[in-house]
Design a protein around this ligand. Structure first.
Ligand SMILES: Nc1ncnc2c1ncn2[C@@H]1O[C@H](COP(=O)(O)OP(=O)(O)OP(=O)(O)O)[C@@H](O)[C@H]1O
Length: 254
């Protein structure tokens, strides 16, 4: 049976002045799978994420999400359509508790307003949803702890919980293990695997750590200097000579 594609990027070009950060990139992300986007520093991964998540309108080309042309739609519209993105640690409200952080996107999704200086309106149904998400990422026991008190690895888990809370159809995870120690990285690998298998959500991740990529991804796209260099299963990418050369001096082998 043909796989349904939740996301298609079609011939996307992104210029910054005269510099082409993306030159004719096309790729597809199948629904319910974990697809990774990798590439050496400066390859264009973040730029492509910014195009897909509505932060940039590409110079040319299209982004199709769930069959609709969403090119250039603002991030909040894409979010309402089911496209989630993990936010960097600086975007987590560190003075709020873990639970409150996860409630924020739920309150906003429900049409409520969030004011940082006013306590979140207590809503049992929303709290139950938030607690379920916290249980999924293994943070239920720390629900009432202030985020500023958490170790780094747990803060990254809060980011993932925030991205998952509104039950998106697809989540973009930007380097989920960046800055983690080996133990935290291993925990994150297991978590991403289990979320990908059980949540029904499609994951599209960028990651520098090849150990993580090769152990979690179903399919991998490799960007190099703004163009697509290779695509394939982890085994195919691991064996691809062009990818090895692009990473020369880097760490393709886990
Ligand atoms: N806003 C911008 N203005 C000008 N050039 C930019 C801008 N954003 C990115 N670039 C350039 O585009 C190229 C791709 O950058 P991008 O951040 O997308 O790469 P990346 O693959 O995410 O790199 P890294 O792995 O180091 O984060 C780089 O040469 C970068 O300097």
């Amino acid at each position: 049976m043909a796989q349904r594609m939740i996301l298609s990027v079609e011939d996307v070009h992104q210029y910054f002045g005269r510099f082409a950060a993306l030159s004719g990139v096309s790729l597809q992300v199948p629904e319910g799978r974990l697809t990774a986007l990798i590439g050496p520093n400066g390859a264009g991964k973040t730029t492509l994420y910014n195009v897909v998540s509505g932060r940039y309108r590409p110079t040319s080309g299209k982004v199709i999400f769930q069959g609709r042309d969403v090119t250039g739609l603002p991030a909040h519209r894409l979010c309402a359509m089911g496209l989630g993105r993990s936010f960097q640690i600086t975007n987590v409200f560190s003075q709020l508790t873990v639970l409150e952080n996860v409630l924020v996107p739920l309150v906003i999704k429900g049409g409520g307003a969030f004011c940082f200086w006013r306590p979140l309106k207590r809503d049992r149904a929303l709290e139950q949803t938030a607690m379920k998400v916290l249980a999924m990422v293994g943070l239920a026991e720390k629900a009432h702890v202030g985020v500023h008190q958490l170790p780094y690895g747990d803060k990254r888990l809060v980011e993932i919980a925030i991205a998952l809370a509104p039950a998106p159809r697809m989540v973009l995870l930007d380097e989920p293990t960046a800055g983690m120690n080996p133990e935290e990285t291993e925990h994150m690998i297991q978590l991403i695997k289990s979320l990908a298998e059980t949540s029904g959500t499609t994951f599209f991740i960028t990651e520098h750590d090849m150990k993580v990529v090769f152990s979690v991804a179903d399919y991998i796209y490799v960007l190099h200097q703004g163009t697509l260099l290779a695509q394939g299963t982890p085994e195919e990418i691991r064996a691809d000579q062009r990818v090895k050369e692009a990473y020369l001096g880097g760490s393709l082998e886990p």
